[in-house]
Write a protein that binds this ligand. Structure first.
Ligand SMILES: Cc1cc2nc3c(=O)[nH]c(=O)nc-3n(C[C@H](O)[C@H](O)[C@H](O)COP(=O)(O)O)c2cc1C
Ligand code: SF4
Length: 356
């Protein structure tokens, strides 16, 4: 029985048809240095929407060319990018599915030489030493204004809302993690100051029905700090909290031994107990039964099905019909990032379909 998974829910002014969200997933190599939307993006998001999710959150879309995670990342830093973004929003809306734009700045993880960070900070990642430079007060102000400007472009392009990228090592999670943010000014004494200013700034600049949510680190660096972050965002009127992993070099993950799902899903359940806003859970949710069990046991409002949709664009429709949704085998580095035709999960599903 998957009665919760296929029940409706309210997200600000939107009625969502089920509890299945496609989380942001960056598509490498689909655009160039311009950050403009390509035909591949439009076709991909239209196909995801046709697969029956209640909500799609578009891949990390950068607010500043200097803050890109890769040279071929989608952008919302210029008005020239609006017409292409509008094509994605319209293609998704044609299937009756709302779409949010994940707005992002990579900070220390930037592919450019400008490695912004709340404080001077260095760490090694995949054999590379990343060295972040403490941001000046002016740089902090500029980033805040660029997040707000990108959200306004999302309004102009017809999106239903934005999700701030506040996890996975990127700039906003660097600010929220006290091990990375060692500033002496008010942006250090209050680790939420920048994020809350961005949330309030966006809210003041967009229409009332526009959704403003955040993807937040579950352990930043601990769960108890993540709960405090979530509560402060809740008080500021955030529309949803999408819980994923925080700054991976500094986070302290933990869950009770008998909890049957991943630590990040446990954290989403604990955050849910502490806030009013809807909470989304993610990571390794492969089947409709598992999704239903997570909704029931943790009380979260929404599940994200990421790689499940890369394996099977029709994931939600197949789940609703009681069919096999396919299985992502969690390749150590998802081939979808660079070689989308090399997906073992998709190959297995196609073989199964041919045999039936
Ligand atoms: C190819 C790929 C690209 C991703 N890009 C993003 C991204 O742009 N923004 C983000 O917050 N997470 C990104 N993620 C993480 C996913 O949103 C999701 O959290 C992760 O895949 C775990 O969920 P899953 O087990 O359902 O796939 C990406 C994951 C994959 C596999
Ligand atoms: S390439 Fe591997 S990890 Fe990525 S979706 Fe396919 S099976 Fe899953």
């Amino acid at each position: 029985m998957t009665h919760l998974l296929f029940s409706k829910m309210q997200l600000r002014g939107l009625e969502l048809k089920n509890r299945i969200c496609v989380p942001p997933m960056y598509n490498a190599g689909w655009t160039d240095d311009s950050g403009l939307v390509s035909d591949d993006h439009v076709a991909h998001y239209a196909a995801l929407a046709a697969g029956g999710p209640a909500l799609i959150i578009q891949e990390a879309t950068c607010i500043d060319p200097d803050g890109r995670l890769a040279p071929d990342q989608l952008g919302a830093w210029s008005d020239e990018q609006i017409p292409g973004l509008r094509r994605i929003a319209e293609a998704v809306h044609a299937h009756g599915v709302p779409i949010l734009m994940q707005i992002h700045h990579a900070g220390i993880m930037s592919c450019t030489d400008v490695k912004l960070c709340p404080s001077d900070y260095a760490f090694e990642r995949r054999g590379r030493l990343l060295e972040g430079k403490e941001m000046t007060p002016l740089a902090v102000d500029t980033v805040r204004e660029k997040f707000i400007a990108a959200a306004v472009r999302a309004v102009e392009a017809g999106y239903d809302g934005v999700e701030l990228h506040g996890c996975h090592n990127y700039l906003l999670c660097q600010f929220m993690n006290r091990k990375v943010n060692r500033r002496w000014d008010s942006y250090g004494s209050d680790d939420m100051k920048l994020v809350l200013e961005i949330v309030r700034g966006i809210r003041a600049a967009v229409p009332d029905d526009f959704i403003v949510g955040i993807r937040l680190g579950a352990f930043e660096p601990t769960l108890s700090e993540a709960i405090t972050h979530a509560q402060r965002l809740d008080e500021a009127g955030i529309d949803f909290i999408n819980v994923s992993y925080g700054f991976d070099h500094e986070q302290e993950t933990r869950k009770p031994e008998d909890f049957p799902f991943k630590d990040v899903i446990y954290a989403a359940g604990e955050i849910k107990k502490a806030v009013r806003a809807p909470v989304f859970a993610v990571n390794g949710i492969k089947s409709a039964d598992k999704a239903e069990a997570i909704l029931q046991e943790t009380g979260v409002d929404m599940v994200n099905i990421g790689r499940g949709f890369l394996v099977n664009y029709n994931w939600a429709n197949d789940a609703a019909a009681g069919l096999d949704t396919g299985k992502c085998i969690e390749c150590p580095k998802c081939y979808w990032r660079r070689q989308r035709d090399t997906c073992p999960g998709r190959d297995m599903l196609e073989k199964l379909c041919k045999e039936q």
